[in-house]
Design a protein around this ligand. Structure first.
Ligand SMILES: [Zn+2]
Length: 255
């Protein structure tokens, strides 16, 4: 069955490389659809095929491929089960995702190429930086938000899909807890690794260099343009933060 499904599935991704502007494979759907949908239920915890779920979640690691945040604990049917039951349990069609992203991507998403979510196994995202950061200092604390910059992506169709998806999953909201956590962590590390060893003196250029080096390390570990790296560089360019403003965050951190 897999030999038949694989070329069928990959054919969906020809052309614009996005897929989804297809009609369901009727003979397959009628013959096997119900059985395949029933088989998907066997990937739930405690069932026979639970191993498939755990393996697919392990592939994603600790990053939701949709919003860039953490905790991808669900599986999403990239091509939804209702029009495409033939892919109900096809591994290429099962994508790890965080709970909120999965909820935001309704079954109607992807009826055309233009509205298809990014397929993390198949779509090629160029390794460029496509977020512009905004650092805000208000009420004695910092926050960082991101704006998607479509012009950074050469493929206009891909850029449009990414823009639509990021808006749909409200990625700034999804990242908010992690942004806060990283801000606290960076402030603590600046204080302990840079300022305290320097006799408690805040050396602004030293802190800027530290944050730039941190961004380089993150990009080496994840990818060029990963939001954590962009955030670290944005803070490095924020004179107020590097000249002592980071200490706003220390009061909130357990020391
Ligand atoms: Zn997500």
């Amino acid at each position: 069955m897999e030999d038949k499904l694989r070329p069928l599935y990959l054919s969906y991704f020809m052309g614009a490389g996005a897929g989804c502007n297809i009609t369901a494979d009727k003979p397959f759907r009628v013959k096997y659809g119900a059985k395949l949908r029933a088989a998907y239920k066997k990937t739930y915890e405690g069932k026979q095929l639970y191993w498939l779920r755990t393996e697919l979640l392990a592939v994603a690691g600790n990053r939701c491929p949709s919003c860039g945040g953490a905790r991808p604990v669900t599986l999403d049917h990239h091509l939804a089960q209702t029009p495409f039951p033939e892919f109900a349990i096809f591994p290429l069609n099962l994508v790890a995702m965080c709970g909120p992203c999965n909820q935001h991507k309704s079954a109607s998403t992807g009826k055309t190429i233009a509205t298809a979510f990014i397929h993390p196994y198949i779509d090629q995202i160029p390794t460029v930086s496509f977020f512009a950061p905004t650092v805000t200092r208000a009420n004695g604390s910092y926050t960082v938000s991101f704006t998607f910059t479509p012009a950074a992506i050469p493929d206009a169709m891909l850029a449009g899909r990414m823009e639509r998806q990021l808006k749909r999953v409200d990625f700034n909201k999804a990242l908010l807890p992690e942004v806060g956590e990283l801000l606290n962590e960076l402030a603590l590390r600046i204080e302990r690794e840079i300022v305290q060893p320097n006799g408690g003196v805040i050396d602004q250029p030293l802190i800027e260099a530290y944050l730039h080096a941190n961004a380089d390390r993150i990009e080496e570990q994840h990818r060029v343009g990963f939001w954590q790296a962009i955030m670290s560089r944005a803070l490095a360019n924020e004179a107020g933060f590097c000249s002592g403003g980071y200490r706003d965050l220390l009061a909130r951190s357990p020391t």
